[in-house]
Design a protein around this ligand. Structure first.
Ligand SMILES: Cc1cc2nc3c(=O)[nH]c(=O)nc-3n(C[C@H](O)[C@H](O)[C@H](O)COP(=O)(O)OP(=O)(O)OC[C@H]3O[C@@H](n4cnc5c(N)ncnc54)[C@H](O)[C@@H]3O)c2cc1C
Length: 284
């Protein structure tokens, strides 16, 4: 289908982009890789009056170190995240989960910032930044704002970004010494998760000292499985992990859709949490 008519701006700097968004108000939309926005436009599910294409704004892509933190530009493509040596060394969970997103064509265009700003609970990367305790940096007319990942995902397809804010970077604490795994259950390769589980595990003396578990597609937003995380502390074998994983669906409200019922999703969350944690802990 042909998208509705819209005005188009191609700013040359972050400041110009923010000004264009502020001028456009509620009716302006950022265009990053276009992998989610363009289908919405073509299906006439979004009607922005102004599209602000940030594809040529310098300083929005790439990965750098800032002490114990990795700073990843919002426009860094999935392909570049997967292959970046810093991400692979210090945030392997992000590289591994991004490798499960869609297909090579989508991964060459789609961006980390676009995936997070889109705030789709079925997207793989929102749960991953939640598990990594990342921070998201937004630039608006009033200046720069740092938003913890746990406050960023507000509702279905709704982030904490104001309409005139641009997501500029994602700050990921280095997860050195943590085991990790992203377990994605999907019907066919390269498709969306029916349920996904991002796990990070720190072991001490053969036992799990600390576990972080975040869930994809178990509610309107990505969720941390706090009850399972608490139950996992101290687990020393596969049986204890499986017991703790039974709590993975507590407090979740998964959707009913053509792929799965809420009950089936809850079952998947428990099974996949067990698998993800065992692999992350090197006990699998
Ligand atoms: C066939 C197909 C399969 C896919 N499969 C998966 C999958 O398995 N798992 C998965 O996680 N994703 C999947 N995706 C989505 C893909 O990861 C997209 O790249 C991603 O959701 C959006 O990134 P983008 O850069 O293309 O953003 P765009 O489509 O350009 O933008 C998406 C939204 O975010 C906003 N936005 C983008 N960047 C910014 C910014 N810097 N600041 C403020 N707002 C911003 C836009 O205004 C828009 O509302 C799939 C997409 C396709 C087309």
């Amino acid at each position: 289908m042909i998208p509705p008519a819209f005005d188009y701006a191609r700013p040359g700097s972050i400041e110009e982009a923010v000004r264009a968004l502020a001028d456009g108000g509620e009716d302006a939309k950022v265009l990053a890789g276009g992998q989610s926005l363009l289908p919405l436009l073509r299906m006439r599910l979004a009607f922005p009056e102004l599209v602000v294409d940030v594809g040529r704004v310098p300083g929005l892509s790439g990965v750098r170190e800032d002490g114990d933190t990795l700073v990843i530009g919002a426009m860094t493509t999935h392909h570049d995240v997967i292959h970046d040596p810093l991400v692979r060394r210090h945030a392997g969970l992000l590289a591994a989960a991004t490798a499960t997103v869609a297909d090579p064509a989508v991964r060459h265009r789609g961006t980390l910032g676009g995936s997070l700003a889109h705030a789709d609970p079925a997207g793989d990367l929102p749960a991953v930044v939640l598990a990594l305790d990342a921070e998201l940096v937004a630039q608006g007319p009033g200046g720069r704002r740092v938003i913890p990942a746990r406050e960023f995902f507000v509702d279905y397809l709704q982030s904490a970004l104001a309409p005139d804010e641009l997501l500029t970077e994602v700050r990921v604490p280095k997860a050195d010494g943590w085991g990790f795994h992203y377990e994605k259950f999907h019907r066919v390769a390269q498709s969306w998760a029916i349920v996904g589980v991002a796990a990070l595990v720190r072991r001490d003396d053969g036992h799990i000292a600390e576990a972080r578990v975040a869930l994809t597609n178990m509610g309107a937003t990505p969720l941390r499985a706090h009850a399972a995380e608490e139950a996992l502390a101290g687990a020393g074998d596969a049986e204890a992990v499986a017991r703790a994983a039974q709590e993975a669906a507590d407090g979740t409200h998964p959707a009913q859709d053509t792929s799965a019922s809420p009950e089936y999703r809850a079952h998947l969350a428990r099974v996949l949490t067990g698998r993800a944690v065992l692999t992350a802990a090197g006990m699998g």
